[in-house]
Design a protein around this ligand. Structure first.
Ligand SMILES: CC(C)(COP(=O)(O)OP(=O)(O)OC[C@H]1O[C@@H](n2cnc3c(N)ncnc32)[C@H](O)[C@@H]1OP(=O)(O)O)[C@@H](O)C(=O)NCCC(=O)NCCS
Length: 311
């Protein structure tokens, strides 16, 4: 191969299909080589969910690395500026360019962006992926929480939901948004009102949001989920207690009857983890949340997700 020369530029609409193919190939080739299975079971078109959702949420926030001789896109990384932080994800290198410094170039761009904004940069990375751990670790990220990804085939007739005494769980409505934003800010130190407006508007019909009200009627938790051929997950969400988290997860799983969504559980939440095992859920991956810059003190229970990775 002749010497590879790379340049960075932002994604435009004409790049969407090439970026979707790149994400598909990057994930499947990496997983097949390192773990013996393909991560994405559908076709590459399912990965169009990333440019589609992320350009609606954060226009012009996807950096590409292009190889200058071939004009091929060698890597892509979406980033998400929010009032108090910047979030990074999803980041991929095309398998033809693994090990040539493409991911480091993408990461440098997003680090510079977060430093210019004077905000911490946050992400959730695979704990069994030494390549991605090394990439972020060398760049100065510090692990903040360990998560286990769990999955479960939700019965067609759904699950019983035991709602803690005196509390209420119901579908969210637009007027819940200010309380959702306040709760997340209090428990995790971040704000992302625009995301919650986007989910509840639900123009593409793939989102659901539920809320949990505590004994005085105050909002004590919420959980979002996505059901799309490109992503079937619970999250993002936050909740005050493990008991509330168990109820909220079961309620949200009932929006996925006949499907097998994935959700991330903080491994330090022993009661919550045990309740997931009792349900029959299995571990399918491990992840670590990481931050570069100031870490916010976290007092609640956080359910991160990969669609959208705005936390
Ligand atoms: C993980 C991934 C993005 C890495 O991409 P890449 O372009 O091959 O990575 P780079 O060549 O830029 O190397 C990244 C850095 O990690 C370093 N590195 C790699 N393995 C290392 C190890 N075992 N120990 C220490 N450093 C290591 C490299 O030296 C490089 O650092 P440098 O720029 O300071 O030299 C790529 O394998 C990929 O796309 N995988 C599938 C999708 C994925 O996992 N995405 C990450 C989501 S969390």
């Amino acid at each position: 191969m002749s010497e590879l020369i790379f340049r960075t530029r932002l994604m435009v609409a004409a790049d969407w299909d090439e970026v979707s193919r790149l994400i598909y190939q990057s994930l499947n080739v990496w997983y097949e080589k390192n773990r013996g299975f393909k991560l994405v079971s559908g076709t590459w078109e399912t990965m169009r969910i990333f440019p589609r959702v992320y350009e609606s949420l954060d226009p012009n926030c996807c950096v590409l690395v292009e190889e200058t001789n071939s004009n091929r896109i060698a890597g892509s990384c979406f980033f998400h500026p929010r009032p108090r932080h910047v979030s990074l994800g999803i980041l991929n290198t095309h398998p033809d360019f693994f090990g040539h410094g493409v991911a480091s170039l993408l990461l440098r761009y997003v680090i510079d962006f977060s430093e210019q904004q004077n905000k911490p940069l946050r992400l959730v990375s695979g704990a069994t992926n030494i390549d991605s751990f090394s990439l972020y670790n060398k760049a100065g990220f510090i692990p903040t929480c360990f998560y286990q990804d769990m999955t479960f085939s939700v019965p067609a007739n759904g699950l019983a939901v035991e709602i803690p005494s005196g509390m209420v769980i119901r579908d969210a409505v637009e007027s819940d948004i200010p309380a959702m934003v306040r709760l997340e800010l209090e428990l995790t130190g971040i704000e992302r009102e625009q995301d919650y407006r986007y989910f509840l508007k639900n123009n593409d019909g793939i989102w659901h949001v539920s809320v949990l009200l505590g004994i005085s009627g105050q909002l004590d938790g919420f959980l979002v989920s996505v059901k799309d051929p490109g992503s079937n997950m619970l999250g993002p969400g936050v909740v005050r207690t493990e008991e509330q988290g168990i109820a909220l997860i079961r309620y949200e799983l009932n929006k996925h009857c006949g499907y097998s969504p994935v959700w991330l559980v903080p491994s330090r939440c022993r009661t919550l983890v045990n309740a997931m095992y009792s349900l029959g859920a299995k571990n399918c991956e491990l992840h670590i949340s990481q931050v570069r810059g100031t870490e916010f003190p976290q007092t609640g229970i956080v359910f991160p997700t990969f669609m959208p990775e705005t936390g």
